[in-house]
Design a protein around this ligand. Structure first.
Ligand SMILES: [Zn+2]
Length: 307
């Protein structure tokens, strides 16, 4: 499996939303597992439910969990099976959970420990995690997608764990230019916007090609934020106009609308279509959780070209 496909899989973890927001459990467990693998535990791709893993997972939940989130590791440990991230084996080497099984509620930790021997990560994922560059990339992808606001804290936690000297701010270019990361972001954005420009609504698809671009609202080099709420699908023309601060998403009376730069003149041909976007609703994703974040919108509005 290509690194981009794996990143994509990590981007699309199914998460419990019954409390009105997505639970942080699965991505937090992945970060804990990445750490232990980096330190040399589980070197044969057998991930045991050790006390060290449990403690590590709790450390991450302290940073990314909400007040009502529990740190019970058995939930994500069990349910990661259904995301194609890993498989759980019993002591005889049989799968505890078979693909296609209806995956019921997770067993208690005691029961889970009794019924399983270990979990094994998707073979290629484990291979990539053996290489420092890919490991750093996968970690960054998980953080960018699920915990962009806690990036610094999570990095500090990671460094502390490795007991190495804290490194200075990471080189933004390293991840910015990475094709796997940007492809995963682009695919997610295009999909949630249904391949439609959020400004004019144009939608052209031909086989695997789509006309729209996936744009960051706050640039990745500044925000390190690949969460879909920091992105938008736009056609080439509107992407160009957004990048030059000629148009911006904006908010008015609770509606997300377009705001053109006051420097544009509707009497001038070519500028007119941009001016006419004023007050028009942004063509948003179907699911509210993917709507552009207020913070990202504000970042754009304040940069709109003005006198
Ligand atoms: Zn457009």
């Amino acid at each position: 499996m290509a690194l981009s496909d794996l990143t994509e899989r990590l981007y699309n973890l199914r998460r419990d939303r019954t409390s009105g927001y997505e639970k942080p459990y699965k991505p937090a467990l992945l970060l804990a597992i990445f750490d232990l693998i980096e330190k040399g535990s589980f070197s044969d791709n057998r991930v045991f439910l050790t006390d060290e893993l449990i403690q590590r997972y709790r450390d991450y939940i302290k940073v990314v969990g909400g007040p009502r989130d529990t740190a019970r590791i058995q939930y994500p440990f069990w349910f990661l099976c259904s995301d194609g991230i890993w498989q759980i084996f019993d002591k005889a080497g049989n799968l505890v959970y078979n693909p296609g099984d209806i995956i019921g509620s997770s067993p208690s930790i005691k029961r889970l420990r009794a019924m399983m021997s270990h979990a094994s990560l998707e073979h290629e994922l484990f291979e990539y995690l053996q290489r420092p560059a890919e490991q750093a990339l996968l970690r960054s992808a998980v953080i960018s997608r699920y915990f962009p606001g806690q990036r610094n804290l999570l990095q500090a936690l990671h460094q502390q764990y490795l007991q190495t000297e804290p490194i200075a701010a990471e080189d933004p270019g390293k991840y910015e230019k990475d094709p796997a990361r940007s492809q995963a972001f682009a695919r997610t954005i295009k999909e949630v916007y249904d391949y439609r420009c959020a400004a004019c609504g144009i939608r052209v698809r031909f086989r695997e090609l789509a006309l729209v671009d996936a744009c960051h609202l706050i640039p990745f080099s500044e925000s390190f934020n690949d969460h879909p709420t920091n992105g938008m699908a736009l056609c080439k023309n509107h992407h160009w106009a957004l990048d030059r601060n000629l148009i911006s998403p904006s908010e008015s009376d609770g509606s997300l609308i377009w705001e053109p730069s006051p420097l544009l003149d509707d009497r001038i041909e070519g500028q007119r279509p941009l001016v006419q976007l004023a007050g028009k609703r942004i063509l948003l994703p179907r699911e509210r959780k993917f709507y552009p974040a207020v913070k990202s919108i504000q970042w754009r509005v304040t940069r709109l070209a003005r006198l």
